[in-house]
Structure formats: C-alpha cells, structure tokens
Design a binder for this molecule. Structure first.
Ligand code: SF4
Length: 303
C-alpha cells in the first residue's frame, strides 16, 4: 500500500516518527517534494483565501500527492500536551482539504489529542489499523517510530560567528526553506550564526511561562514566549527573528506579548505570505543585521 505523507505543517517536526511508523507497518511511503512555487500555486488555487500561508502550502502538498498514493496520512492534530491545544485551524484541517480538494484518496485522519504515551498508542492503533490488522505489529511499529523520533535532533545552534540570531516561530516557517526564503543562508552570508528556539530546554521554557498571569491557551504559543524570554534573559543570542504567518492569530498575540516582556532586546518580526517579496525581505534582514553589528560595536566601546 502506498501512503502519501504531505511535506507541510507538522511534517517539519514529526516526519521521522510518521515515516518510520508507516514503513514498519509495511507501507511504501510517498513524500511530496520540498515546497516550491508549483506546490504553492496548487495550494493557493484550492485553498480558501483567508487561510494562512502554511495551510495553503499544505493544500498544495496534498494536491500533489492525491493521485500518487492509495491513502494519505493526515492526522487531525488537536493537541500535543495534555489539557492544552494547538491552533484551531489544525482541528479543521481535514474538513478544509476534504472540501477544497476534489477526488482525494482515503484520509487516515484519526485524531491526536496528546503525544503522551497512552493517548498516542490509541492513535497508532486507529491509524495503523488502516494498513495492518495485527495489533502487536502496530505496537511494535509504534515503539520503533517513537525511538526514531527521540533520536532525532531538531534545530541547530551555530557557533563560530561573531553574532547570533535566534529563529522563533512555527516549525513549518522555520524549517521550510521555501517559506522562509532560506533565511539561515542569508544570515550566514551576513556573518551571523543562527540558532533555533528548540535549543532551549523544555524546563526553562516552562519556567518562563509560569511567570505569566495566565498560561497561554495554545502549546506552541507558550513555547515561543518561553523560549524568546529565556534567550533574551540569558543572552543566548544577540537578537530574535520571529517568522510569523500573515493572518495568524497566535502570532499576532505572541509577538506583542514577547516584545512587552523582553524590552529593548533586539527583536524583529517578519510576516510571511504568498505575496512576500524577497527584495523587501532581504532589506529588512540587512537592516536588522546592521543594527546588531552597530550595537555590538557600541558595546565594545563602552567596555
Ligand atoms: S498557528 Fe497560525 S500559521 Fe499555524 S496553522 Fe494556525 S493560523 Fe496558520
């Protein structure tokens, strides 16, 4: 059986788990190509205008895969931690693609409410049952997939540059080079190293979230806040670059909240949508880099 795996949204973080799980169940996995202009155009054509860029791109990946596989793995992702939720767009993703893209193959869309073991194994039995009827084999595939995911290092923390910028934002913005126009390469060419917010320990992120009057409703929003505040307090980077999706409610709230907490620590928000021009994007990155360099020089004069 050929199972399609769209290279969009949470693929950036959980592709090792998904691929290992499917292959251990005996499926042939077909992954859509890295995002490109054609995938984006497909997504923009079939998705509703109001959706954010990552949702449109996900549509493009699904549209590319639909005639190349027997079924698609598209879990209905509701939450990754107990009693916390992620963006409501994810809950409606299955309805969006089912209504926007005609002639889809069957969707393996069992809901994921938490990545906690007990809940995820239930998901594995439901989703894996589409390919394999033997529960023992499903449990074995699940364990191997979890182990493979645990071995996976997400993100990077570059050394050897005079300055460093931390990338914060949705994983599908940070790790999709088409969406972010290969921001890492651009920064490196300006002599700036890059780290991603996943380098901050979960415990340190949680400690910052605890200081808020009210814990954010959305898991990822809390992570962006906690990591940004920790990075600024500890000086783990010289500045923060927040890659935000245009029309994303979570980003609108979190960028304000982060800015109000970190004070004058260098922080820039780059909004991304299908109309974002590369020239304007480059200009803003260069301006941010110049500001960081001047700040660094100024600091040297003072010391
Ligand atoms: S969190 Fe924002 S960017 Fe992500 S799917 Fe939801 S609206 Fe889109």
């Amino acid at each position: 059986m050929k199972i399609g795996l769209p290279r969009g949204l949470m693929y950036a973080k959980y592709h090792t788990f998904a691929k290992t799980f499917l292959e251990e169940l005996g499926a042939e996995v077909v992954v859509s190509p890295p995002t490109n202009k054609k995938i984006l155009d497909r997504g923009v054509r079939c998705c509703v205008d109001e959706a954010c860029l990552p949702m449109k791109i996900f549509h493009g990946h699904v549209d590319w895969l639909k005639d190349r596989c027997d079924a698609l793995l598209t879990p209905r992702l509701i939450g990754v931690r107990d009693k916390e939720y992620i963006c409501p767009m994810f809950c409606g993703l299955i309805e969006l693609i089912s209504n926007n893209i005609p002639d889809l193959p069957p969707l393996i869309d069992a809901p994921v409410t938490s990545l906690e073991y007990g809940k995820l194994i239930k998901w594995a039995k439901q989703a894996g049952g589409f390919i394999q009827k033997d529960d023992t084999k499903i449990a074995l595939a699940f364990d191997r997939a979890r182990k493979a995911q645990q071995m996976e290092q997400i993100g990077y923390n570059e050394a050897g540059y005079p300055l460093k910028i931390a990338l914060v934002g949705h994983v599908y913005n940070i790790y999709d080079q088409f969406i972010n126009m290969n921001v890492k390469k651009k920064l490196n060419e300006l002599g700036i190293g890059v780290m991603t917010y996943q380098q901050v320990d979960r415990g340190d992120i949680d400690a910052q979230i605890q200081t808020l009057f009210k814990k954010p409703f959305w898991t990822f929003a809390g992570e962006y806040y906690g990591a940004s505040v920790y990075i600024s307090k500890k000086g783990l980077a010289d500045g923060i670059l927040y890659l935000s999706s245009f029309s994303c409610g979570i980003d609108s709230v979190m960028t304000e909240l982060i800015q109000s907490e970190i004070g004058d620590f260098p922080f820039m928000v780059l909004k991304l949508d299908e109309h974002t021009g590369e020239a304007g994007f480059d200009t803003r990155i260069e301006a941010f880099s110049d500001m960081l360099k001047r700040r660094c020089e100024f600091g040297r004069h003072l010391s």
